[in-house]
Write a new protein. Sequence first.
Length: 369
Amino acid sequence: AVEEAVTRELAGLVYPAAGAADALITSGGTESNLVALLLAREQARGGHPLRVVCGRTAHHSVARAAWLLGLPEPVAVACPGGRMDPQAVRHALAALPGGVPALVVATAGTTDEGIIDPLPALADAAAAHGAKLHVDAAYGGPLLFSGKLAPRLAGIERADSVTFDLHKLGWQPVAAGVLAVADTAYLAPLHLTADYLNADDDTEAGLPDLLGRSLRTSRRPDALKIAATLRALGREGMAALVERCVEAAEHLAERIGAHPGLRARPGGAGTSTVLFRPAAADALPPEQGDALVADVRRELLRRGRAVLGRAWAEDAPAGAPGGARKLWLKATLLHPHTAAADFDALLDLSAAPGRPGGAGPARDHGGDA
């Protein structure tokens, strides 16, 4: 009953107008993407294998799922400025031989930059070619809790399936993955009968049948912690926490823009992620500048001062072509109570070596980020 209530609630969050929407609890975004490709493959059973079309910024689990399922390698299209190009998707779909079924995989919150692909345009492209659409919203999906932020995911309700992972902007311990589908009939390929688990007469007598709700047989009651969180906070409480993280990232991007020793990637924050680099790196030849970024990150980690990610991304706003590919420091803000003082320390520590408060190995900064 708990799992049923949780999946019904989350399916309704993604598909508010779909009366037959459903969802599964998974071990995380990787399993959700695997099941999404499996369902699309089974829907497309015929003479040709399913072809997956995704962006070059898609999560690595998409290509791995295709490999595990015996599908051809995905067609990875251009993502100028980090955002999937709908026109490139149309060209990729048009280039497929006639009769070949396709699945377009979009991302709502890319791993490196938190960028949301243009979902309405991608839904149009998929529909025009009779392709299925899956949205990997493992990171960005919880924006749907917020009436203020949900419009950023406009078009997600047109997807056949959507990956959600409350391990990220849901603050759940692993595992807390979800796969939502627009129609419960889409899950039919997962149905399996094993008399020792879900005998027909037991099912007819009203006993729950969860065998067709997962690739796993024995699994933990992961829905319970999600249920407890939703019961304690409600949608409004979840929305408030998500909004704080997004606002914190936007504030951090502004602070970076005002810092003399740092430069943010053009385009501002993506979901709750900000990319930036020491300004000194731009004064060096490209390879040396990227090496400086890597050195600063490692030095902060080695000295126990800050844990930052790293990402290769174009030096251009999302959707804008032509930016040089550079290495950036990555701050992903998932703590809703991050304070301005945390930003100040982090930015001073991340400035290029030799600047006041910089990350050079000869300096002592006092305090941590």
